[in-house]
Design a protein around this ligand. Structure first.
Ligand code: NDP
Ligand code: MG
Length: 359
């Protein structure tokens, strides 16, 4: 039997490598191509270790990867590159693959309507591998009235509010639950990541953001839940391990990944509590801008610049949300297509740099 063919955008990243591990374990999938941005030596090492057909550098020009996607027409494309660039890559992947596994949340944050429109004109399936949304996909049924997304609260969740100004990159990069790329780890501490996820769920499940509840859940075992009209609540539980949602999306609707390791319920304590809005100002903002794609694109772009500046020591941790708030406030407009969004993304980045210089 022919193997299912796979292309991985962002192969050298945290999701990319975990996808390779899952694929190796499954045996019936073949990675034809994987991309990298800066880490060529890792890309070559991974290609050897995981039998990847070809590696390709992407990051300044995308014509070559667009051509590869058209020629290869993979059964499955995994989109796991951070940032705005994930949007055009996802749109192309929808055109050229049978199934798209979407890790990059920025895609739906900035261009949710474009992705949905692209899906309408093809038979391509789009499956989320962000753990909460992958869980929701498994829980969803008729009669969902509200949904729950859980969060860890990030590395500084127990810091005193007055100490947050002093937080260094090394403090923020110690995530209490997940091992991930740098940007998403900082985004967990500001909860911008959860803001992205609220928008992602809003797009994927066509549910109003007022019906998306986020609760702090320290144990990291429950990923999401649905509240059904008859009073039933379904929660999705499992160890925090991205390989499980990746495998589910690769083999959907089957469950062909044999991990067989479950939390011991007799040893597990589950706690849920409300998020303190004053601790995570950039998170609360997302509920106000949910229906405004220009501001959503600015939210992503300004966060990216602010996180880079924080990691390179230019601004304080608490400045990240300040930068986002100021940039989002200044951006207006009704984007109609990708080129409008590209323009908004550029303007928002410029504004973020200006705001940072004036802090
Ligand atoms: P990483 O930073 O670990 O990896 C990013 C990957 O994308 C690397 O292969 C990197 O290449 C490549 N890349 C970086 N910049 C560019 C660019 N400008 N153009 C093309 N490729 C680029 O990120 P993660 O794997 O953690 O996250 C990837 C995406 O998945 C993000 O959108 C994140 O929000 C999402 N996600 C991640 C989760 C996780 O557990 N890690 C969970 C849920 C969602 P190189 O390393 O060679 O420079
Ligand atoms: Mg997530």
């Amino acid at each position: 039997m022919d193997k299912t063919t796979v292309l991985i955008l962002g192969m050298t990243g945290s999701i990319g490598v975990q996808a390779l591990e899952v694929i190796q374990k499954m045996g019936n999938l073949q990675v034809l191509l994987g991309t990298y941005h800066s880490n060529q030596s890792l890309a070559e090492e991974l290609a050897l270790r995981f039998n990847v057909g070809k590696v390709l550098k992407i990051g300044t020009e995308y014509d070559e990867i667009f051509r590869e996607l058209e020629q290869i027409k993979p059964d499955i494309t995994i989109v796991a590159v951070p940032g705005f660039v994930s949007l055009p890559l996802t749109l192309k992947a929808i055109e050229s693959s049978k199934r798209v596994l979407l890790a990059s949340k920025e895609t739906l944050v900035c261009g949710g309507w474009m992705v949905k429109k692209a899906l309408e004109s093809t038979s391509t399936q789009l499956l989320p591998i962000d753990s909460e949304h992958n869980a929701l996909m498994q829980l969803y049924e008729d009669g969902v009235e509200r949904i729950l997304l859980t969060c860890s609260g990030g590395a500084l969740r127990d810091w005193k509010m007055e100490e947050l100004d002093e937080a260094k990159p090394s403090d923020v990069l110690k995530h209490p639950v997940w091992q991930m790329g740098k940007r998403i780890t900082v985004d967990s501490a500001t909860m911008v990541n959860k803001g992205f996820e609220v928008l992602e769920a809003h797009e994927l499940f066509d549910i109003d953001v007022s019906k998306i509840e986020v609760l702090l859940h320290r144990e990291g075992l429950v990923h999401a839940g649905v509240f059904l009209r008859d009073g039933t609540v379904k929660l999705h539980m499992g160890f925090p391990d991205m390989r499980v949602p990746i495998a589910y999306a690769l083999t959907y609707p089957k469950r062909d990944y044999h991990k067989a390791k479950w939390p011991d319920l007799s040893e597990s304590k589950l706690s849920f509590s409300r998020v303190e809005p004053e601790r995570y100002p950039a998170f609360s903002l997302v509920y106000e801008i949910a229906d405004d794609y220009a501001k959503r694109t600015a939210y992503n772009a300004s966060d990216e610049i602010a996180v880079e500046s924080f990691l390179s020591g230019k601004i304080r941790f608490t400045d990240i949300s300040r930068v986002i708030e100021r940039v989002v406030q200044k951006i207006d407009g009704i984007p109609r297509d990708l080129s409008d969004l590209v323009e908004i993304d550029k303007v928002a980045r410029r504004l973020a740099i200006e705001v940072i210089e004036c802090l």
